[in-house]
Design a protein around this ligand. Structure first.
Ligand SMILES: [Zn+2]
Ligand SMILES: [Zn+2]
Length: 280
């Protein structure tokens, strides 16, 4: 098997929708799949979350047949972030080595217990023992630095979400990318954990389920706003910001308007959309 030997650092979005998948013409340009992002670092792939978008990513990885070493890192195990797990093709091939990472969040046990919990009867016909990939279950701690090897470092931070969630930052070849969803901010207060994780980052995605105007009606839901994403960008001296975790009711036209407002402040920032690829 031939592995990629380049040093590319590329992020591709396979699902950007939060809460529930949203098929339908009014959502098509942004995409209706739930959360999944692929981060290619040279000959390695890190996948953040396994929403419905991961199915297509899995097929693509197998079809290309170039990269066989994968890390699947979960922010948390709410349905919109895990429902694609049993449909990720590399799990069903002995050619793949997959490390699955999860945090110890409220109500969840070890990563292996959580995986067994999300694939079991009566919710699903078979358990993860059907996987033929070399699958290892790894645990993520708060504020951890993980050396993934091949020059890839990952840092974590706790997020403010019911039951907890983990934010991630990937460093590779002198560039950085952060993946931050699901989290809620307290209006007027800065989340220091998030700012620390975002400090000088080149690109980050951030939970923008709501707008500042909508947030008071959804206090305690565990989500944030695109306006807070922009404030965090400034506070952390970060590069570009992309909003993610779009609510299932948010139409393409509404997201276009949000993107226009974001770009008025910073031309390189915007809205994450399915199939969008960015090379750092
Ligand atoms: Zn979510
Ligand atoms: Zn959640």
């Amino acid at each position: 098997m031939t592995e990629c030997t380049n040093t590319d650092f590329e992020i591709t979005f396979w699902g950007v929708r939060g809460t529930l998948a949203s098929p339908g013409r009014q959502f098509q340009r942004t995409g209706g799949n739930t959360i999944c992002a692929e981060v290619r670092c040279g000959s390695r792939i890190i996948v953040f979350d396994a929403g419905t978008g991961i199915r297509e990513l899995g097929s693509r990885i197998v079809e290309q047949g170039r990269i066989h070493r994968l890390d699947l890192m979960f922010t948390h195990v709410h349905y919109d972030h895990i429902e694609g797990v049993p449909f990720f093709a590399p799990f069903f091939s002995p050619d793949y080595e997959i490390d699955v990472w999860m945090g110890h969040l409220d109500g969840s046990g070890s990563t292996s217990e959580s995986m067994r919990g999300l694939m079991r009867r009566p919710y699903f016909p078979v358990g993860p023992e059907v996987f033929s990939a070399k699958t290892r279950y790894r645990e993520v701690e708060r504020n951890q630095t993980i050396d993934l090897g091949d020059g890839i470092m990952v840092r974590t931070a706790p997020l403010n979400h019911p039951g907890g969630a983990t934010g991630y930052r990937v460093e590779y070849e002198g560039k950085s990318f952060a993946f931050i969803t699901d989290t809620e901010h307290v209006p007027g207060k800065t989340d220091r954990n998030v700012v620390k994780l975002l400090k000088d980052v080149d690109l980050f995605v951030y939970d923008a389920s709501f707008t500042d105007a909508e947030l008071p009606d959804f206090a305690g839901y565990g989500h944030s706003t695109w306006e807070e994403g922009m404030r965090l960008r400034a506070k952390a001296n970060a590069g570009a910001f992309l909003s993610i975790h779009h609510m299932p009711f948010r139409t393409d036209d509404e997201l276009d308007a949000i993107e226009a407002a974001i770009r008025e402040e910073h031309a390189q920032s915007g809205v994450a959309r399915e199939a969008m690829s960015i090379r750092l």
